[in-house]
Design a protein around this ligand. Structure first.
Ligand code: SDX
Length: 393
């Protein structure tokens, strides 16, 4: 009951809001970014162009795109003092723990872009976050595996830069395969924004107090980490590995239906989609392409995923509950095939969703009617009563 809100059009809050950025029709399985269907953007556009669309509302001209991409490129490096910040973590810290810490600390390194009342500082903070998240995620990975940090290169595109920062080592340069880079870029696009999901609402609530953008995005990273949300891609691949073979699928399907069993089919179901998540369809095609390229089309995990999807979609329980694969069902298979450990799946989701969080943040703080988010509750506790001394209890 506590999250029962009544929409007050005069009250732009975090509980419910007007937005022009992303539209989802859960029954039709439709997702539009500023009116453009996600499947067209995934096929014809690329992440930084979609980022421009989300941030500014229209697809950019060639000159606008070139200017935007060069501004992002020029901000991909981190303040060198941040190297010491990374080194303060234990090596076995989850990369998401590192991302929450480093992103939250960015206001200490980039204090000339923290004043949200200044449009120039808002713009610089936006560009810095979009530009630096791949470096932060890649460095969290390198630190986790004990390899030296790899610095960004300005002659690489956004996705290629990220892959190289993750997989290059001083002993051997990583040569970016354009098909893998395209697949990585498509994963970023598919995760860019998704209306008022839990982590975006967290960013809006944090932003409504006037907190600096780095602190607000760090709050979004923290919320995304949960296995019911952005942590589901890691949990889904671990589940597929636990299932291990197609003949064990029925056992897990039955567990997912058992109300007394906390087990959920990770990568299945959604708060809004009661049809296929359109992102999952694109992700499934991408999984086939990437695994074919890597010569692992017989990847047992992919076989289990496809058979699990087939069985679940035919099962009366899942049909009745309108449970379909979501964006997290196939993404982990692609990332695993690319060489990422499961601990890097959610950091990649956070990297991509940063542009969505920032777009929603910009929209909200631009609203002159914005007030601090203050969700109400339905109080069902004790009525007023008098204090009882401990000797009388
Ligand atoms: C993301 O909000 C967003 O937009 C999020 C996201 C984004 O881009 O930001 O799309 C990203 O978070 C996708 C979701 C990733 N999470 C998972 O894959 C984890 C597994 N999924 C479940 O935890 C669940 O589906 C949720 C949390 C996603 C949604 O849960 P709900 O709100 O309970 O879903 P529902 O109301 O549609 O469920 C209907 C029924 C319920 O049973 P009853 O209470 O009616 O008896 O189906 C059950 C649920 O218990 N159910 C599942 C299930 N998901 C829902 N049963 C088994 N396996 C599942 N995966």
């Amino acid at each position: 009951q506590a999250d029962v809100f009544t929409y007050d059009p005069g009250f732009t809050s975090t509980a419910s809001c007007d937005s022009t950025i992303t539209f989802i029709d859960g029954d039709k399985g439709e997702l539009l970014h500023r009116g453009y269907p996600i499947d067209q953007l995934a096929e014809k556009s690329h992440f930084l162009e979609v980022a421009y669309l989300l941030l500014y509302g229209e697809l950019p001209s060639a000159d606008q795109l070139e200017d935007f991409e060069s501004r992002v490129t020029m901000h991909t490096m981190l303040h060198e003092q941040m190297v010491n910040f990374f080194r303060g973590f234990r090596r076995d810290a989850h990369p998401m723990a590192v991302m929450v810490g480093v992103v939250g600390a960015m206001s200490a390194f980039y204090h000339d872009s923290t004043d949200i009342s200044d449009p120039w500082q808002r713009e610089v903070a936006s560009i810095r976050l979009i530009a630096k998240m791949p470096t932060i995620a890649a460095w969290a990975y390198k630190y986790h595996i004990g390899q030296p940090f790899v610095y960004p290169k300005n002659d690489l595109d956004y996705a290629s830069n990220f892959l190289r920062m993750c997989f290059s080592v001083p002993a051997e340069e990583y040569v970016v395969n354009p098909i893998l880079s395209r697949a990585m870029d498509r994963i970023f696009t598919l995760h860019a924004d998704h209306e008022q999901n839990a982590s975006t609402s967290t960013v809006r609530l944090a932003s409504s107090s006037g907190a600096n953008p780095f602190a607000c995005i760090a709050a979004g990273v923290a919320c995304l980490w949960g296995p019911a949300h952005g942590g589901a891609n890691q949990a889904c691949l671990e589940m597929l590995r636990e299932i291990g073979s197609v003949d064990r699928i029925p056992e897990f399907i039955e567990r997912a239906k058992d109300k007394n069993d906390p087990f959920r089919l990770m990568g299945f179901g959604h708060r809004v989609y009661k049809n296929f998540d359109p992102r999952a369809k694109v992700m499934k095609q991408s999984a086939d392409e990437v695994l074919d390229l890597l010569g692992v089309e017989n990847n047992p995990t992919l076989q289990v995923a496809k058979e699990l999807e087939r069985i679940a979609l035919e099962d009366p329980y899942f049909k009745e509950k309108k449970l379909y694969p979501n964006v997290d069902f196939y993404s982990g298979i692609i990332l695993d095939a690319m060489g990422f450990p499961t601990s890097m799946f959610t950091p990649i989701f956070a990297l991509a969703r940063t542009v969505g969080w920032i777009s929603q943040w910009k929209e909200m703080i631009a609203d002159p009617q914005m007030k601090i988010g203050r969700p109400r509750q339905l109080y069902v506790g004790e009525t007023a009563r008098d204090y009882v001394d401990v000797e009388d209890r």
